[in-house]
Design a protein around this ligand. Structure first.
Ligand code: NDP
Length: 329
């Protein structure tokens, strides 16, 4: 039998956590032969609903589940963890400024970074979903000096999936035949969903679509603002698609997705001319076992793409500046 993966999930009683846990339990994150131990973290107030969530997981009678821990203590929650999915975050309250939201979340993710540093396995892989996800990943990594910051990622897979879905609809192709769609930058409305390298049935997507106006005036804004569109229709934030994207991200990271390109928001190493040390989404290949490799063999961006990549880069620098006072020296 494969070794058990200890998976910490924060905000486990929230809407995304609720949609994600059953899928982890059923083996969809690490494959059908990998047992999992769930380490569910919540706030003190979240512990009661979490008890209900844990009961439902038990009622799923999943053969792969080897244990369910419930706690409000980060050191317990991250104890010996192989994987962490950080979903719990402070939602924007009425009258709350962007800077207040940044600070409130930076405080949460600083605590969690320290706890990961103190308690988790040294080769842990961390995926940040809670917003502002890229900057929360930066804060968590900065507070975990003994863990390689490359092991901290923020999620832009939902944006990638949304973009692939839109291209599939536009071209009347199954989403399976849409490849190499890239999300650059921040998981926010400044992100750049880029079709420059994308393929539909193996042909350049921009040629197949052959409609620059659609790409720039419909496709890009729609992907950037898809969250708001879903709130408008559903009366609540997207949750099940966010959970599904987190499963996809971790599945591809651990099980591998061969030659396919996946967008991951990772610490910039200066590639593509992006400032070092911000968490910026770039295309990667995932060979498996927790490894990712940037896709570097691509043509330089044209003028339009360069401007789009720059706008989201600038937003990430501003976000970093807004939390700077909370980062350890
Ligand atoms: P959700 O589960 O809906 O969302 C959680 C976080 O994910 C939010 O920051 C949300 O950002 C973000 N997110 C990222 N992508 C998406 C997306 N596509 N759609 C929606 N959200 C997205 O929130 P709930 O309020 O239902 O649950 C949060 C839980 O976290 C609560 O149970 C709370 O108690 C817990 N919590 C736990 C903490 C801990 O474990 N220490 C700390 C703080 C909270 P946004 O809404 O801005 O889009």
């Amino acid at each position: 039998e494969a070794p058990t993966k200890k998976v910490a999930v924060t905000g486990a009683a929230g809407a995304i956590g609720y949609a994600m846990l059953m899928r982890i339990a059923s083996g969809q994150m690490f494959g059908p032969h990998v047992p999992v131990e769930l380490q569910l973290l919540e706030t003190e107030q979240g512990l009661k609903p979490l008890r209900g969530v844990a009961m439902e997981i038990k009622d799923g009678a999943f053969p792969l589940v080897r244990g369910i821990k419930q706690t409000a203590d980060p050191n317990t929650g991250f104890g010996d963890a192989d994987v962490a999915v950080l979903v719990g975050a402070r939602p924007r309250g009425p009258g709350m400024e962007r800077a207040d939201l940044m600070s409130a979340n930076a405080a949460i993710f600083a605590v969690q970074g320290k706890a990961i540093n103190d308690a988790a396995k040294r080769d842990i892989r961390v995926l940040v979903v809670g917003n502002p996800a890229n900057t929360n990943a930066l804060v968590a990594a900065a507070n975990a000096p003994d863990i390689d910051p490359a092991q901290f990622m923020a999620m832009t897979r939902l944006d990638q999936n949304r973009a692939m879905g839109q291209v599939a609809i536009k071209t009347g192709t199954p989403v399976r035949d849409v490849e190499r769609v890239v999300i650059w930058g921040n998981h926010s409305s400044t992100q750049y969903p880029d079709l420059s390298n994308a393929l539909v049935n193996g042909k350049p997507a921009l040629d197949v679509i052959n409609d620059t106006k659609w790409v720039r005036e419909e496709f890009i804004p729609r992907v950037q603002k898809r969250g708001a569109e879903i709130i408008g229709a559903r009366g609540a934030s997207s949750a099940t698609s966010a959970a599904s994207a987190a499963i996809d991200h971790m599945h591809d990271l651990f099980v591998g997705s061969g030659d396919a390109w996946q967008s991951l928001a990772i610490r910039s190493d200066g590639s593509y001319g992006i400032d070092k040390d911000i968490w910026y989404s770039v295309p990667c290949r995932c060979p498996g076992d927790g490894v990712y490799e940037r896709v570097l063999d691509i043509p330089p961006p044209d003028e339009y793409s360069a401007a789009m990549m720059d706008a989201t880069r600038k937003e990430l620098l501003e976000e970093r500046d807004a939390v700077k006072h909370l980062l350890p020296a």
